[in-house]
Design a protein around this ligand. Structure first.
Ligand SMILES: Cc1cc2nc3c(=O)[nH]c(=O)nc-3n(C[C@H](O)[C@H](O)[C@H](O)COP(=O)(O)OP(=O)(O)OC[C@H]3O[C@@H](n4cnc5c(N)ncnc54)[C@H](O)[C@@H]3O)c2cc1C
Length: 380
């Protein structure tokens, strides 16, 4: 099996390989991952073997230079199988991207090889108990002490936090906010699992308390006060793109499940698939999947072209894909009846996972209040 390495990309070959991985090693076990609230280490290692942790990094940084459209399709495929695993790809990718884009040579040398292989798992620590959508309300503080920084704060809902090796921590440094690469092993880092989440339950979410955590000057990513506008915005854009693509995967998984189920299941001496009201729901899923996939592809093409319009295109893609995923998953449960409410079929998990997509990386409400900017931009 080839892996995502080297420049010679054949998108269809890569996708076929990822699809096979998802169909054999991810999707059939996603229910167990969900129940056990864990992803096995062996699975995470397989992701590394396939070269999927940060394939978008440029070749000169040790990455595969993979284009964003292909990356999006990979995240769709993984999201089709397991949103918990796709979430892990998302946050690890955000950290890797931030180090690749904003790291010094020293920081890149130290972190990128291990981030690319997956030997080191990176997590994105922005949210706190009292600040989510409004990141400017974050209370985590980093205070200079000689050339060191001393960080105190409380981060919450950190995807992959339970298995984190390096934390990208956003903290106030005076009026602005900075980003720090904090090793999990630093004194004062305390990680506590958060069990029983509604969805993406296998993504090993944790809260992380930082108590007088001392890091050297080399831990800071970019100049002080620089993080909010650059590191954070860029990383969140990549995360939002990944979630949008993962949401397409959820819609596709709902569609696949419903097509199989309604073909088998009979009511009133006929198959479910022959009922018009069922067909309407299936038609909506087909249409949603295609529309969401095209919006993601559009955002990905703009990223590949380096066009700043990708930021808004990604908002639009994420808004459409995540809300369509919630609608598709709701219909999928409905179509499955009582079976859809059980753990015997994947649609209950898809329903729970889809709801999470509307909350993370910019909630539905933030998108509803922001996207209108697109319409007003040209009008004074
Ligand atoms: C499964 C999961 C994984 C996560 N992983 C991470 C992670 O890895 N790293 C990380 O840093 N964070 C993570 N988060 C946190 C996530 O980023 C936040 O939940 C998200 O930003 C929303 O913040 P909040 O939950 O504090 O909601 P709030 O900001 O308190 O919002 C509550 C409600 O008010 C609405 N609202 C907020 N502002 C406005 C507004 N201006 N206009 C209208 N409505 C508004 C919101 O849409 C929402 O419906 C994760 C969350 C979940 C559920």
């Amino acid at each position: 099996m080839s892996t995502v390495t080297g420049l010679d990309h054949d998108r269809e070959a890569i996708l076929a390989e990822v699809r096979a991985f998802v169909d054999t090693e991810v999707a059939p076990n996603a229910g167990d991952f969900d129940q056990s609230e864990r992803l096995p280490r062996t699975l995470l290692d397989r992701v590394g073997e396939l070269g999927l942790w940060a394939p978008f990094l440029p070749v000169e940084q040790g990455g595969a230079g993979l284009d964003m459209v292909t990356l999006g399709r990979i995240h769709e495929e993984v999201g089709r199988g397991c949103s918990g695993l796709r979430s892990m790809l998302t946050v690890h990718g955000m950290v890797s991207w931030a180090v690749g884009r904003w790291g010094s040579d020293e920081q890149r040398d130290r972190w990128l090889p291990e981030l690319i292989s997956g030997g080191t798992f990176g997590v994105f620590c922005l949210s706190e108990p009292d600040s989510g959508s409004d990141a400017s309300a974050a209370g985590t503080l980093a205070v200079a002490d000689g050339s060191d920084w001393v960080i105190n704060g409380h981060k919450k809902w950190i995807t992959g936090g339970q298995v984190a090796d390096v934390l990208l921590v956003f903290a106030r440094t005076g009026p602005g906010m900075s980003a720090f690469l904090v090793p999990r092993t630093a004194d004062g880092v305390e990680i506590t699992p958060i069990p029983n989440m509604l969805g993406t339950r296998s993504s090993m979410i944790a809260e992380i308390v930082l108590r007088d955590v001392r890091v050297g000057a080399e831990a800071r990513l970019g100049p002080p006060g620089w993080a909010a506008g650059t590191v954070m915005t860029g990383a969140l854009d990549l995360g939002r793109y990944s979630v949008a693509c993962g949401s397409v995967g959820i819609i596709q998984a709902c569609l696949d499940a419903c097509v199989a189920y309604t073909t088998r299941r009979t009511v009133h001496d006929g198959r479910l698939r022959d009922l018009q009201l069922i067909r309407r729901k299936v038609s909506d899923m087909v249409t949603s999947a295609r529309a969401a996939r095209l919006l993601c592809e559009h955002a990905g093409r703009l990223k590949d072209a380096g066009d700043p319009a990708t930021i808004m295109a990604t908002w639009v893609a994420k808004y459409h894909a995540s809300t369509a995923a919630t609608a598709a998953a709701s219909d999928a449960v409905q179509i499955h009846g009582a079976n859809g409410c059980s753990a015997d079929y994947p649609v209950a998990r898809l329903y729970r996972d889809a709801k999470i997509m509307e909350i993370i990386e910019g909630s539905t409400e933030l998108q509803q209040t922001t996207i209108a900017e697109e319409a007003y931009r040209e009008v004074a």
